[in-house]
Design a protein around this ligand. Structure first.
Ligand SMILES: [Zn+2]
Ligand SMILES: [Zn+2]
Length: 112
């Protein structure tokens, strides 16, 4: 399973601010998933990023809106939040959490 970014979020996830914030949140959570205690791999936005809130730094970069999650819990969290899994654009994250392009069409979750 792969968590991917919507096209409008690509620029944000490539930004230096995000990479710094991401590191900060992982360190804050001791690199552990806040749900299950496994090694955290991804950062979840509790209030999901949308085109109309991505410029709001309290949501996109706010500590209170960010959680370290392992890939499984992150995926599950989005299923819980949205009830569906979409086939989406061809972006995904590498092990460092950076966006990489993926040309294969796999089933993907929608927003990070
Ligand atoms: Zn998420
Ligand atoms: Zn977990």
């Amino acid at each position: 399973m792969v968590i991917i970014a919507k096209p409008y979020a690509i620029k944000f996830y490539k930004s230096k601010q995000w990479k710094q914030t991401r590191e900060y949140i992982l360190r804050r959570d001791n690199y552990l998933c806040v749900m299950c205690g496994e090694v955290a791999e991804e950062i979840h936005h509790v209030i999901h990023l949308k085109p109309d809130n991505i410029d709001d730094v309290s949501i996109s970069l706010g500590e209170g809106n960010l959680q370290s999650l392992c890939r499984t819990c992150h995926f599950n969290q989005h299923r819980v939040d949205r009830g569906i899994v979409h086939i989406e654009e061809e972006y995904k994250f590498d092990e460092q959490g950076y966006i990489i392009k993926d040309n294969s069409s796999i089933i993907k979750d929608t927003v990070i």
